[in-house]
Write a protein that binds this ligand. Structure first.
Ligand SMILES: [Mg+2]
Length: 325
């Protein structure tokens, strides 16, 4: 099948800046992909890595593939584009749309974003945000899972003290996830684990140690629930052997058709998480999140409600997203 690849840049600003131990995220930039077949049908994808250098490499790879190509040729490249998870996501997503016309019908499921874990703002006191969130939940339905990004270099919060205060006010039916984004030393991770190991409201600690400290992560996982995130992006082989929670950000993860198959496996402990997508990427995030919560190990996906602005760039209709970029 002959195909034409088109792409164009997009950018947007998050509604507030996200401060992590790795730095600050405020803007998202990337490419929208449109792959057209000879009948004029379109497949849609987006390529938006967190690392700037990966975007540059993705554009070089797209130039190498060329504007006119075939389905088989793209499928072959997908196996070779190791380390470019955002590009393989975009290409795989586009091909999936075209396959939908003939091979199989994938009905994108929606996902109610209020059922996502609540990501605490990182630039104000987390306690205040938790109070407000609990208050709001009393009035309407929503998720009782809170995610707290810690090891924050930009503020002077005494996080150990705040932890105690959070545990004092957090209702019994709530769960908390703590995410240092790889920012802790082994000693610090040990201190937090000792503090939290009998805490029933702790759902897991996410990527406590740097992504390369695999031995340290396996060892901690014997004491307390640990979810891997950055390690899975850097060392994809861990996706096969890590037998606990896996935070998967589809837009960085690779071909979404493969992730979908993985989620449908019985022992999957996948947690779908956002990397802040346009409406084109969001179709997949929602679909995968909807499938994930129907699995054997359901838990709230991490879709960061309220962090993306409202605009046609976030429409469910890929054509409108394309026109808005
Ligand atoms: Mg994380």
């Amino acid at each position: 099948m002959k195909l034409i690849i088109n792409f164009k840049p997009f950018s947007f600003q998050l509604t507030r800046q996200l401060i992590t131990s790795k730095g600050i995220i405020h803007n998202k930039v990337g490419l929208l992909l449109q792959i057209k077949d000879s009948d004029g049908n379109c497949g849609w994808g987006e390529v938006s890595p967190i690392e700037k250098n990966e975007l540059k490499k993705s554009i070089e790879s797209l130039d190498f593939i060329g504007r006119q190509t075939t389905k088989d040729s793209i499928e072959n490249y997908l196996c070779e584009l190791q380390g470019l998870g955002a590009l393989t996501f975009g290409l795989g997503a586009s091909l999936a749309d075209l396959e939908n016309l003939t091979i199989r019908k994938l009905d994108f499921e929606g996902f109610d974003i209020t059922k996502s874990a609540y990501l605490l703002p990182t630039d104000i006191d987390p306690l205040e945000s938790i109070f407000n969130y609990i208050d709001r939940l009393n009035e309407k339905n929503g998720s009782c899972t809170i995610k707290w990004k810690v090891s924050n270099q930009e503020n002077n919060f005494k996080e150990e003290k705040i932890l105690q205060k959070i545990l004092d006010i957090l209702p019994k039916n709530f769960k908390i996830r703590i995410d240092p984004n790889g920012g802790w030393s082994r000693q610090k991770a040990q201190e937090w684990s000792s503090e939290l190991k009998n805490e029933p409201r702790l759902e897991w600690i996410e990527q406590p140690l740097p992504s390369k400290d695999i031995e340290g992560l396996f060892s901690l996982a014997n004491q307390i629930p640990i979810a891997l995130d950055e390690s899975l992006v850097e060392f994809p082989y861990l996706r096969k052997i890590w037998k606990s929670w896996q935070i998967r950000r589809p837009a960085l993860d690779g071909d979404p058709r493969l992730l979908l198959k993985e989620i449908e496996q019985e022992d999957s402990q996948t947690v779908i998480s956002t990397a802040f997508e346009t409406g084109i990427g969001r179709r997949w995030i929602n679909h995968l999140a909807a499938r994930q919560v129907k699995g054997k190990n359901p838990c709230a996906p991490g879709l960061a409600p309220g962090w993306c602005p409202k605009s046609p760039l976030f429409s469910n209709n890929p054509k409108l997203v394309w026109e808005a970029a």
